[in-house]
Design a protein around this ligand. Structure first.
Ligand code: GLU
Length: 517
């Protein structure tokens, strides 16, 4: 028996209850990679049926985060598409109609129990569960006479619609990563599918109805949804849709960096890394949570890092851009085991992607950082900034790190590292530096290739200490004894600026007196 190949249609279905967690971003990414790999469609569906937990701004945040990362949506709230609306709160009629289908075919029933009554039932029976064994003693359309049900409905009593789960069944979920998972239907309760109070379905009903109507072929989501899957299988059956049920794919959990337990926001705070793609400001408290974008990560690095948290390409390849990831992605290489959130690796990816950027692009990214530090970036030629960046970029993990490493190309030192002064500056050093300034003034060629041998020759002729003189030279120009090759620095700074800095150092740096012994 051969099944006709189905068009691949996947959906990312976040609930706008706060900022999208990095685990949710990985789910979106895997859906996207799978869709693109298989020539399918990627749907973004906003699951906003829980009005209590709705957070303003969360939907925009989701859109912005996905756009930043290059995860493109084919059908969604903004994109439109043939199966819209793509926001659940705009699909009430559809859900109402489907709730009625289940009521009509006896797969669901109406329950009038008040919160107080449910509370009492829970108090009276320790492991109370609303199911086949208890529903007869509760107030619902299966236990009450039909006239009573009608009367309550006519009166406008609040009710919920519950799924009627038959006990004694083995429910199998076929998961493309985990294989077949079977549970007994007895452990499931008669889940609420719809609440009259807000005329909205619950997650389970809306999710299944929409996956069916939107012709979703694969449900790819986090492992935390695995416990809901048997219920979802039963719902497909109850609707008579078992034949077109999507394949399930439950992605492994993201674990704390040490592998002990699920990654949480607190781990990020404690260990100093973001667990959100973008900076998030809580609309109520004003509290902010760090984001990868604002912390200086390139979207390509975040995508690459996340792709490898639960999947591998089947070999040791680590650096993969989106196009490569799409070409290599397969569910066969997704793992069951939780993926440790190896955060240092994220830095390494960022470092690696930064190295691969053209210098002028990196320079453009550095300009706002320069401005933030009060530098009039416009006063420097774009080539100058790009050259400065090229000399220090091997030392950076983030664009912001360029400031610490390249600031001296933009501002002359105003103070000098005291440790270096103590170590390198003696009573003769100011004179030696003035001599050096004179040498540089008269050098016929100030370019690095010519200047370096000239300075070396002068040090040798004078019998000066090479390390001390070169470090003192560096101290006057950079302010400390670090940075790229000295003559690359002078080459870029130019003759006048270099000499000005040497003379200023010669005038202002004083040897530190050794304490008398
Ligand atoms: N709305 C659910 C969420 O917030 C969707 C889960 C699913 O993909 O079925 O993740």
């Amino acid at each position: 028996m051969s099944t006709p190949t189905r068009e691949v249609r996947v959906r990312f279905a976040p609930s706008p209850t706060g900022p999208l967690h990095i685990g949710g971003v990985r789910t979106a990414l895997y859906n996207y990679l799978f869709a693109r790999r298989n020539g399918g469609k990627m749907i973004l569906r906003i699951e906003d049926t829980d009005s209590q937990r709705f957070v303003p701004g969360a939907e925009d945040y989701i859109n912005e985060a996905l756009a930043w990362l290059g995860i493109e949506i084919d059908e969604g709230v903004r994109e439109g598409g043939p199966y819209g609306p793509y926001k659940q709160s705009e699909r009430r009629d559809i859900y109402r109609e489907h709730v009625k289908m289940l009521l009509d075919n006896g797969k669901a029933y109406i329950a009038f129990d008040t919160p107080a009554e449910l509370e009492a039932a829970r108090a009276a029976h320790p492991n109370f569960q609303y199911d086949a064994s208890t529903r007869g003693s509760m107030r619902n359309s299966l236990s009450l006479p039909p006239e009573e049900v009608k009367r309550l409905l006519d009166e406008g009593a609040q009710y919920v619609v519950r799924f009627r789960i038959e006990p004694g069944r083995d429910v199998a979920v076929d998961d493309l990563i985990r294989g077949r998972v079977t549970i007994k239907s007895d452990i499931l309760d008669d889940k609420v599918l719809y609440k009259s109070a807000d005329d909205l379905p619950t997650y389970h009903l809306a999710n299944i109805v929409d996956d069916h109507l939107m012709k979703v072929s694969h449900v790819i989501r986090g492992e935390e949804w695995l416990p809901s899957a048997p219920l979802h299988v039963l719902l497909y059956e109850a609707f008579g849709w078992a034949d077109t049920m999507p394949a399930f794919v439950h992605l492994p959990l993201l674990l704390k960096p040490d592998g002990k337990g699920k990654l949480s926001k607190r781990d990020g705070d404690r260990l100093g890394f973001p667990v959100f793609p973008l900076l998030w400001t809580d609309p109520k408290s004003g509290d902010t949570s760090a984001g990868y974008r604002e912390n200086g990560y390139l979207p390509e690095a975040v995508v690459n890092f996340l792709a490898l948290l639960g999947w591998n390409p089947g070999d040791d390849t680590e650096i993969m851009d989106m196009v490569t990831l799409i070409s290599k992605f397969s569910l066969e290489h997704c793992s069951k085991a939780g993926a440790k959130f190896a955060f240092d690796k994220a830095k390494w990816f960022n470092h690696t992607y930064l190295q691969a950027l053209p210098d002028d692009k990196l320079a453009d990214m550095f300009v706002p950082v320069l401005k933030a530090h009060g530098v009039d970036a416009g006063a420097f030629a774009p080539d100058y900034i790009a050259k400065a960046v090229s000399l220090v970029k091997s030392r950076i993990n983030f664009v912001n790190d360029l400031w610490d490493n390249a600031r001296f190309f933009f501002v002359a030192p105003e103070s000098y590292d005291p440790k270096a002064v103590k170590k390198r500056w003696n009573a003769q050093m100011s004179d030696i530096m003035r001599e050096l300034a004179a040498l540089l003034q008269s050098a016929p060629d100030f370019g690095s290739a010519a200047l370096e041998p000239a300075v070396m020759q002068w040090i040798a002729d004078k019998g000066y200490h090479l390390g001390n003189v070169m470090n003192a030279f560096r101290l006057t120009v950079v302010g400390e004894c670090k940075g790229p090759h000295m003559f690359d620095i002078t080459d870029l700074l130019g003759r006048d600026e270099t000499i000005r800095r040497i003379l200023r150092g010669a005038d202002t740096i004083k040897p530190v007196d050794e304490p008398a012994v």
